[in-house]
Design a protein around this ligand. Structure first.
Ligand SMILES: *Cc1c(COP(=O)(O)O)cnc(C)c1O
Length: 368
């Protein structure tokens, strides 16, 4: 059997493809490709979905982070505290603005930033915290918000992996000053290309982000700031608005798949299945195990036709491109340890029980 890590072919059913083609044809008939009416429509649908006042579409999840941070006033000489156990863009966006990413270690159970580590790094240059809702589970937002309030710091939530995830009944990405999303094709709501979004409840931040995504201009050809050229493509907005209608169902299917794996693997001594806090509802962008003999298991599974991958093999404080900040082994011991032990398995909505049984059987076979 072959079980890919992700199968977009299974997600794009004939019915969804047909609906997407109809919506794309409407955009083509209007030729309003840049910030066309469909962008506004999709932004409004997202506002309703996430119960947030403003959603602003942009070109990618990376740009969404840059826009959110710039709108929050982050720039040269500032320090921003974030997690080293995340996709690169979380820290590169901070770096792009001339600020310094400062890495606080994660919790061993949830893989998310450990609020208890954050305060150690706060000094008079610290301006913001960027928590990441990794693999679809929200970070501990009540504690993080309290720390931010006490020290007068902005919060930008990197919610690229957490669309629709909840923390204490509230949507991830709507706790801080700004939240960001990515619609990269492998995210739970994926476009047919690159796309991203910022969400906020602040009218002034929303206005600034809208301006920053069009070179910081307002009115036309008058620039108060140097922004980006980063619009949400109208055709992508058309694709996303069709797919959004299926998102809740897809997330529920991922949760059911996770439940099945949890139960089926609970007795494998060398495997720890994902921990989800009682305060969180995960959308399982990844289903990530902590395992013994990780590299050997990964090779074995791949050889047996089971797609799997390591997110992430090298924590960001140890990346060459950030060497100037002097990060070294031992700075974030939990992240460093987990980077050698995590393995993500197929969890996408359309997985069948037979496929999941096969994956579990192969994991068991390896440890026998
Ligand atoms: C995917 C991702 C991003 C970047 O999104 P792009 O749309 O690929 O630019 C940022 N942060 C995290 C945590 C991600 O997973």
């Amino acid at each position: 059997m072959n079980v890919p890590l992700l199968d977009l072919n299974a997600q794009y059913t004939d019915e969804i493809i047909k609906e997407i083609e109809t919506e794309i044809a409407k955009v083509v008939s209007r030729h309003n490709y840049i910030l066309g009416s469909k962008v506004k429509e999709f932004e409004e649908q997202m506002q309703e979905y996430l119960n947030v006042k403003y959603c602003i579409g942009c070109a990618s999840g990376t740009d969404a982070l840059i826009l959110a941070l710039q709108a929050s006033g982050i720039g040269k000489g500032d320090e921003v505290i974030t997690t080293p156990f995340t996709f690169f863009a979380t820290a590169s966006s901070i770096y792009r603005l001339g600020a310094k990413p400062v890495f606080a270690d994660i919790r061993e159970d949830t893989f998310n930033i450990d609020p208890g580590e954050i305060e150690k790094f706060i000094n008079d240059k610290t301006r913001a915290i960027v928590p990441v809702h990794l693999f679809g589970q929200a970070a501990e937002m009540d504690t993080i918000c309290r720390i931010a309030r006490e020290h007068n710091l902005a919060i930008v939530e990197d919610n690229a992996q957490g669309i629709g995830a909840k923390y204490k009944e509230k949507f991830a990405g709507t706790f801080g000053d700004v939240g960001t999303l990515s619609f990269f094709p492998s995210k739970n709501l994926g476009a047919m290309g690159d796309a991203g979004m910022c969400m906020t409840n602040s009218e002034s931040l929303a206005g600034k982000i809208k301006q920053l995504r069009v070179h910081g201009e307002n009115p036309k050809y008058i620039h108060k700031w140097v922004g980006l050229n980063s619009r949400l493509d109208t055709i992508q907005a058309a694709v996303l608005s069709v797919k959004l209608k299926h998102l809740s169902k897809w997330s529920e299917q991922r949760r059911q798949n996770a439940e099945f794996y949890d139960e089926a693997m609970k007795d494998i001594e060398q495997v720890k299945t994902p921990f989800v806090s009682k305060n969180a509802v995960s959308i399982y962008n990844q289903y990530t195990l902590v395992v013994e003999k990780r590299d050997e298991l990964m090779d074995y599974l791949k050889g047996q036709g089971v797609g799997c991958n390591v997110y992430y093999p090298l924590p960001l404080h140890l990346q060459d491109c950030f060497a100037e900040f002097g990060g070294k082994i031992g700075d974030c011991p939990v992240s460093e340890k987990l980077a050698g032990k995590v393995l993500s398995l197929p969890i996408y909505s359309e997985l069948t029980r037979d496929m999941q049984l096969y994956v579990v059987e192969k994991v068991k076979e390896f440890y026998k």
